[in-house]
Design a protein around this ligand. Structure first.
Ligand SMILES: [Mn+2]
Length: 305
């Protein structure tokens, strides 16, 4: 019997450089996320949307845009995700921009500490999301969540899990990376992050990449997947604010999700940065739901159990 799933909508683009990701949760619902998961025998509860401050669309202050609002949203996300985990369910955060992964993963980290579980974070993204207020070109906090989770950032965000850093850099595997700012690149190297960038995937294939990224999981591991939809090639997933060419194809993305499903260790998930204002007839949301089916165990090939 698999865990029940809790959908949590976070309709905001507070950390993004473009408006529209605030409509992401509804687009995923329109793409039939709940019924699709239920068709595989899963129990799914949709908690609806969290509420938080509106987007003032103001310029950066001391290297951050909308810091107060980002903090407020992340508190709400943290509390909702933690609540779902404590009830024994598997939370899916429907973003919303990627800055909200700070709250989500802080809750997961707190839960893992309380349960004595190992945490592994897969960060599926075109970007490293490892900026700080000093090196950021824009001040947009959706480019900073991993740095914050590793302890680099404003104390209100780095301390959300009650321990700083919230997670060990060694717990992170970045996959699909193909756009990294210069200062960010140096920081990622200094922190010793495990990065499987697009060149690595090109050279060794998605199968080998995922074998490496999932290596060492054990029965006591909680696997968190933070899926930024811009991970995917923009040819198949145009509905995101920060497209970068040269991402995983449809089949590569499916294999990635299927191999995660095969581990049986998935404990929580973020689906982030979907921007319906830039999408074509909701096709990116449809694709995201299609990939989530694979992530939750629908194998596209006939296989013996
Ligand atoms: Mn991201």
């Amino acid at each position: 019997m698999s865990k029940p799933i809790t959908l949590i909508g976070a309709p905001t683009d507070i950390g993004a450089g473009m408006r529209g990701a605030s409509m992401g949760p509804e687009a995923l619902r329109v793409a039939d996320l709940k019924a699709t998961l239920e068709s595989h025998g899963l129990f799914v509860e949709d908690l609806g949307n969290l509420a938080g401050p509106s987007n003032p669309w103001s310029p950066p202050v001391d290297g951050y845009r909308h810091l107060d609002e980002v903090i407020a949203w992340n508190h709400h996300v943290h509390d909702a995700v933690l609540g779902a985990l404590q009830q024994g369910s598997l939370p899916i955060l429907l973003g919303g921009d990627h800055s909200l992964a700070i709250g989500s993963i802080s809750a997961v980290a707190r839960h893992c500490r309380a349960q004595g579980k190992h945490l592994r974070v897969l960060w599926l993204d075109a970007h490293a999301d490892f900026n700080t207020s000093v090196i950021t070109p824009s001040g947009n906090l959706h480019g900073m969540p991993l740095a914050c989770l590793c302890g680099l950032g404003p104390t209100e965000l780095t301390g959300l899990s009650d321990q700083r850093p919230a997670i060990d850099a060694a717990a992170i595997r970045q996959i699909g990376i193909r756009s990294v700012d210069l200062g960010e690149k140096q920081l990622v190297h200094r922190m010793g992050l495990d990065v499987f960038d697009m060149r690595y995937i090109d050279e060794t294939g998605m199968r080998h990449t995922m074998e490496q990224a999932l290596f060492g999981l054990d029965e006591n591991t909680h696997l968190h997947v933070s899926f930024d939809v811009d991970f995917l090639d923009p040819e198949i997933a145009p509905g995101v604010g920060t497209t970068v060419p040269g991402g995983p194809t449809y089949r590569e993305a499916q294999l990635c999700m299927e191999m995660i499903a095969d581990t049986g260790r998935l404990g929580s998930l973020d689906v982030m940065e979907l921007n319906p204002a830039l999408d074509l007839r909701n096709k990116t949301a449809d694709l995201a739901v299609d990939l989530l089916e694979s992530l939750f165990g629908k194998s596209t090939l006939m296989r013996r159990a």
